[in-house]
Design a binder for this molecule. Structure first.
Ligand code: SIN
Ligand code: FE
Length: 295
């Protein structure tokens, strides 16, 4: 595998459009093919006073990331309070707005149905952070949420490296989703009857898991726990320096975050029917492979 298999590069763009037609033509197609859209020179500009947030003590370490909920305006898991907390929330909110503007500028068809989820600030160094295998994002995986059933909805994420000291964020990106899923799907076990209902009932999940959610979580776990796959699977190593931005469907692109600190990230959810190429979504791929309707 080589870089161009997994990356589509864009130079000289700003967060706000209008964007060149060539960029618009390339963006949606590449993204839905599972590629990362990569903007090596699209930095997030800090405002005066915001540099002081670039400190790993800014997260309260109950969780590795500080999060901002754009619906409630609340900041979570940070160690700051009062006026400082408001300023950090404003910084995350600004990043989320710019991320949205970039996304809908490049893929106008996404504007309808686009759901802005949490914004996160990831100050803590990834390398050497203790985790269980299942939670270890240094292992190749596709994203799936145990407590938030997606029922086919897409998970799209926009990252910017804002490290003040030159620290590169290093990722690995693996084989196409259909190849990965084809290997692991036959090994997954069916959930116990009634378990989706039960997990919703006791509040373990927000809403009910569909067969799609069980399969995506199964793929996430089976892939991470397979040490031979993790050792030998094909991959491309990527290095994102400070000032770089990338956009990726993390429910589709097999990815691992190997090292780095100080990234901003905005998550979006998108209805699968709003895709330019619905047949390429994980939902449709898994339905084809399993021969079942999954939502
Ligand atoms: C992940 O989604 O696996 C983590 C990505 C990152 O923090 O760079
Ligand atoms: Fe991930």
């Amino acid at each position: 595998m080589q870089d161009t298999d997994v990356i589509e590069e864009f130079h000289g763009l700003a967060w706000e459009g209008p964007f060149p037609q060539d960029a618009i033509d390339r963006a949606g197609n590449a993204l839905e093919a599972g590629k990362l859209l990569y903007f090596p020179d699209l930095a997030f500009r800090l405002q005066p006073g915001e540099e002081r947030f670039l400190d790993d003590k800014i997260s309260d370490h109950s969780r590795k990331n500080v999060s901002f909920d754009p619906i409630t305006g609340q900041l979570g898991a940070s160690s700051v309070a009062g006026a400082e907390e408001k300023k950090l929330a404003a910084m995350l909110d600004r990043f989320g707005r710019q991320a949205r503007s970039l996304l809908v500028g490049l893929i106008p068809a996404y504007e309808i149905g686009l759901e802005r989820a949490r914004t996160s600030f990831r100050p803590v160094e990834i390398a050497g952070r203790p985790t269980s295998a299942r939670h270890d994002d240094k292992r190749l995986h596709v994203d799936a949420f145990p407590s938030r059933p997606m029922r086919g909805k897409r998970i799209l994420r926009i990252f910017t490296n804002i490290a003040p000291d030159g620290t590169i964020r290093r990722w690995e990106v693996g084989e196409p989703f259909s190849d990965f899923a084809g290997k692991f799907l036959p090994r997954l076990r069916h959930p116990l009857p009634g378990s989706a209902w039960f997990m919703e009932r006791i509040g373990l999940t927000k809403g009910r898991r569909s067969p799609y959610d069980f399969l995506m979580l199964g793929l996430h776990d089976a892939g991470k726990l397979d040490t031979e796959y993790q050792r030998a699977a094909p991959r491309v190593k990527l290095a994102f320096p400070p000032g770089a931005t990338w956009i990726v469907y993390t429910d589709q692109a097999l990815h691992a975050a190997m090292s780095g600190r100080f990234a901003l990230e905005q998550t979006f959810y998108l209805p699968p029917e709003r895709m330019l190429h619905p047949e390429r979504t994980p939902l449709r791929v898994l339905e084809r492979l399993s021969g079942r309707v999954l939502v």
